[in-house]
Write a protein that binds this ligand. Structure first.
Ligand SMILES: [Zn+2]
Length: 112
């Protein structure tokens, strides 16, 4: 298999989640790209829930590692409860961020 081929490693519920996981994987040393989420930005205010769920893609040689880390991420975020109170709103762009996030997923402004 081509080690540089891109493989889907996760289908996110929404673009925010995709970016959170992408940043989390980057912290862990695994490069992923969010694919499919750009459409939402391009078209503006499309309703949530349309079938263009953003996907995370990784190079083939790191896809297994990425999937393993995503399973860990899911287990961790489930255990944490991920309640809305734990989120913080970015003062710069207004997006909601997970409590574990130090930087806004959208604009990288520090907050929380
Ligand atoms: Zn922001």
């Amino acid at each position: 298999m081509d080690p540089l081929a891109l493989i889907d490693v996760y289908v996110a519920e929404n673009e925010q989640q995709a970016h959170i996981i992408r940043a989390w994987l980057a912290d862990a040393g695994v490069d992923c790209t969010v694919s499919g989420g750009a459409l939402q930005g391009a078209l503006g205010d499309i309703p949530v829930g349309i079938p263009t769920a953003p996907r995370l893609v990784a190079k083939a040689d790191s896809a297994d590692r990425a999937k393993e880390l995503i399973r860990l991420w899911e287990a961790t975020s489930t255990r944490a409860g991920a309640s809305p109170q734990d989120e913080w709103q970015c003062m710069d762009c207004g997006e909601l961020n997970a409590a574990s996030f130090e930087l806004c997923w959208n604009c990288y402004t520090a907050g929380g």
